[in-house]
Design a protein around this ligand. Structure first.
Ligand code: DHE
Length: 498
């Protein structure tokens, strides 16, 4: 999923005071050094506290940045500076933090190696689950509100373990092929390796200053991390996260590029790399003894927001030229077809299923209240399903009649629609907690139940029976965002993200 247009829509948190006036940036620099640097690092690259670079703050409204400086953050070490700094200085500091630092921050191979920490020796740990839950029906749940991760038993719906994550884990955690290990990426570049058998953190490394996401190779040997800052790829050894190689992402024409996202393509035994600033998509083979030299697929347009056909032969991406989606054959690199789609389709959150023996692909739309359904044989849009407003995620399971989608960006964001996968009509609309945003679903391995997030400080993970739609259980949580079922992910099943 990659969506440049979405960023302004995603500013988070409530506005309190407003940022006003002409900033005194020199005073702000002095205030940063005196009050912030100790936690947020020299040159703002982060330390005990998160990085405070424009890339790290781009999703947060200036008024929220100001409010956090003034009032601190509850349940964190971020203190309130309202009594220390007068209003105009807080305003200036808010401006200052949104500008690039005077010295461009760097993060070298040496910095990466220096940040590497091995916290437990896997060789000394039992290689069987040390809990009595089904290891392939565990869920990894990200609680974005207070930066924690929960490991949830997918049969009893109980939290087995909860641990603090690095700041802002984003994107899907990825699993080793046997489901024992999970890899998490934080927006600040920290990669964590966690053992789901022993419920223990194994290793951590900071692979970049601003990271998009990570992918794990089909054989489980390599972790690939895609970075915005610095724009590059980091290859890590999946056993302990030690650095194997940095790959500079420079286009054929010599232009440096940020990395939008990285993906694993299991049938191709490769990683696919989406580049943000050049008209290329890269494929890195992960076959035996890989050299990670990129195969460059030149494309006609800057592509965004990716998805793949079920066999990974084709890539679906949004393209401004195509005014919608573009399908690219990953072998020949040729454009198969353009798909005119209105608004801003969110292909990365799309999902596919079979209907009358044919594969369909459905995508939510972040600027229009509709879900577009495409026939994957003809690449024709066969239905536009109207919803209560623009949505973000769409999820299903082979054993579910319904695909669940949200209304993330509209007033009705407390509603979720259940689309009947055969009639392509909305069969039900639920409002699990009226007034609170409901979004992102993941099914249990057998598809009998599903977990839905209520994205609120006083939020919850709600467990539904996927057939009767009865609520089974409600686990209170602080802004649970994504959740990921081990079995569904390692088997790359239909209906979920890969
Ligand atoms: Fe995401 C996945 C990009 C903003 C929650 N998001 C992804 C992936 C990408 C992506 C490339 C796939 C990674 C993977 O699975 O390895 N997201 C982007 C953006 O470009 C965007 C729009 C802006 C940005 O600054 O990054 C963005 N995303 C958000 C949010 O604001 C969300 C709602 C809250 C948050 O945590 O930041 C958000 N993104 C998610 C979630 C997934 C995700 C929960 C995993 C979905 C899944 O089921 O796999």
């Amino acid at each position: 999923m990659r969506c440049w247009w979405l960023t302004p829509l995603l500013w988070i948190g409530a506005a309190h005071g407003s940022v006003t006036g002409v900033p005194d940036l020199e005073q702000a620099e002095r205030d940063y050094q005196q009050h912030c640097q100790q936690c947020h690092g020299v040159n703002r690259i982060g330390g005990a506290g998160p990085a405070l670079l424009p890339q790290s703050l781009s999703r947060i409204k200036p008024d929220e940045i100001r409010q956090v400086i003034e009032n601190g953050r509850p349940a964190s070490q971020m203190a309130a500076f309202g009594a220390v700094l007068e209003a105009a200085r807080i305003d200036s500091l808010t401006h200052y933090l949104q500008r690039p630092p005077a010295v461009e921050p760097t993060w070298s191979e040496e910095d990466i190696r220096h940040s590497h920490r091995v916290l437990a020796d896997v060789a000394t740990l039992p290689d069987k689950p040390q809990h009595n839950a089904d290891p392939l029906n565990l869920f990894v749940v990200v609680e974005a509100g207070d930066h924690h991760v929960d490991i949830v038993d997918g049969d009893r719906f109980e939290v087995l373990a909860r641990f603090a994550s690095h700041f802002a884990v984003h994107g899907g955690p990825k699993f080793s092929p046997d489901g024992r290990f999970v890899y998490l990426a934080s927006r600040d570049g920290w990669i964590s390796l966690y053992d789901l058998h022993n419920l223990k953190l194994i290793a951590e490394v900071r692979a970049g200053l601003n990271t998009r996401n990570l992918a794990v190779s089909k054989d489980g040997r390599w972790v690939l991390v895609g970075n915005y800052l610095p724009g590059n790829l980091a290859v890590l050894d999946a056993r302990d996260l030690s650095l194997v190689k940095i790959i500079e992402t420079v286009g054929r024409d010599g232009q440096a590029s940020r990395v939008s996202a990285v993906y694993t393509a299991p049938p191709r035994n490769s990683f696919i790399v989406a580049l943000k600033d050049v008209k290329e998509v890269w494929e890195l083979s992960t076959g035996p003894k890989p050299d990670f030299a990129p195969r460059r697929i030149e494309v006609q347009d800057q592509l965004d927001d990716f998805s793949f056909s079920p066999d990974y032969h084709q890539l679906l991406a949004t393209s401004r030229q195509a005014q919608g989606g573009q399908v690219i054959d990953l072998d020949s690199g040729r454009v198969v077809t353009d798909i005119a789609l209105p608004g801003m389709p969110h292909l990365g959150s799309g999902t596919y299923w079979k209907r009358d023996g044919r594969w369909l692909f459905a995508t939510p739309n972040i600027s229009k209240g509709l879900v577009s359904v495409i026939d994957l044989d003809t690449w024709k849009v066969i239905k536009q399903i109207p919803t209560l407003g623009p949505g973000f995620f769409l999820r299903s399971h082979a054993n579910s009649r319904y695909a669940w989608t949200d209304v993330f960006f509209a007033q009705d964001n407390d509603a979720v629609h259940l689309i009947d996968k055969q009639t392509l009509e909305i069969a039900h609309t639920l409002r699990p907690m009226p007034g609170k945003t409901a979004a992102h679903v993941e099914f249990t391995r057998d598809g009998r139940h599903l977990l839905l997030s209520i994205w609120d400080t006083d939020g919850a993970l709600i467990v539904y029976d996927s057939n009767t739609l009865q609520e089974i259980k409600r686990l209170p949580m602080n802004k649970p965002s994504g959740k990921y079922n081990v079995g569904n992910k390692i088997e790359f099943v239909e209906g979920t993200s890969h």
